[in-house]
Design a protein around this ligand. Structure first.
Ligand SMILES: C[S@@+](CC[C@H](N)C(=O)[O-])C[C@H]1O[C@@H](n2cnc3c(N)ncnc32)[C@H](O)[C@@H]1O
Length: 193
């Protein structure tokens, strides 16, 4: 499902609404991910950068956050935001729809929040994520439950079991980490087989 995300400032009003923190619980998500200081992580579909500052803090000065998005306006927006916030370890990068363009073995975590359902040919896409993971690397997908009161229209939502199957189809080993930790979303984690 390709959606027009070009009006980054307008999307920021929703994505970066402080009220989101109450249900998105970014600190809990980051804690679950067990990110090592000094590591390289990717935020795929980084959008306006809601999670970027959290990831930046988690990896610290010696680490790096690759903030990936298909929308040039989002890349511009989050790049400016990272500069304003003096987040020197953030690398905004425009990527094509069908490829994260990550070097083999280059990242320890790939976070994908409210974005997996926008990707087409998801099993093939997962097969491109797998080789990018270094030793101990993990993909983390956070997306809206089928009955959440926020999120995309119902027809675009994916059950967590479907996300697991898509990741497995791409050669990863995946499991639902939690269906209850977040009130409106599930969390799926995948590792290389
Ligand atoms: C709903 S927003 C989520 C933004 C951010 N992750 C958040 O939680 O606030 C989805 C973002 O994914 C991007 N996107 C959509 N398809 C993508 C793809 N195939 N690869 C990378 N980014 C994609 C969109 O441009 C948009 O910025």
């Amino acid at each position: 499902m390709q959606h027009d995300f070009s009006d980054a400032a307008a999307f920021s009003k929703a994505f970066d609404d402080p009220a989101r923190d109450a249900w998105q619980r970014p600190a809990e998500v980051i804690q679950l991910m067990r990110i090592e200081p000094g590591s390289v992580v990717a935020d795929l579909g980084a959008g306006t950068g809601y999670f970027v500052s959290w990831l930046s803090r988690a990896v610290g000065e010696r680490g790096k956050v690759l903030a990936l998005d298909v929308e040039p306006e989002m890349i511009k927006f989050l790049g400016q935001r990272a500069q304003q916030q003096r987040l020197g370890n953030v690398v905004p990068r425009l990527v094509p729809y069908d490829d994260p363009r990550l070097e083999p073995g280059s990242v320890s975590r790939i976070l994908i929040v409210n974005t997996w359902h926008h990707i087409d040919e998801r099993a093939s896409y997962a097969a491109k994520l797998a080789p990018a993971l270094g030793p101990g690397g993990e993909v983390w997908i956070v997306d809206f439950t089928l009955d959440s009161d926020v999120g995309p229209p119902a027809r675009f939502r994916l059950a967590p079991e479907q996300v697991v199957a898509e990741l497995q189809g791409g050669g990863l080993h995946a499991e639902v980490v939690s269906a209850e930790q977040l009130p409106k979303q599930y969390i799926v984690r995948a590792v290389r087989r």
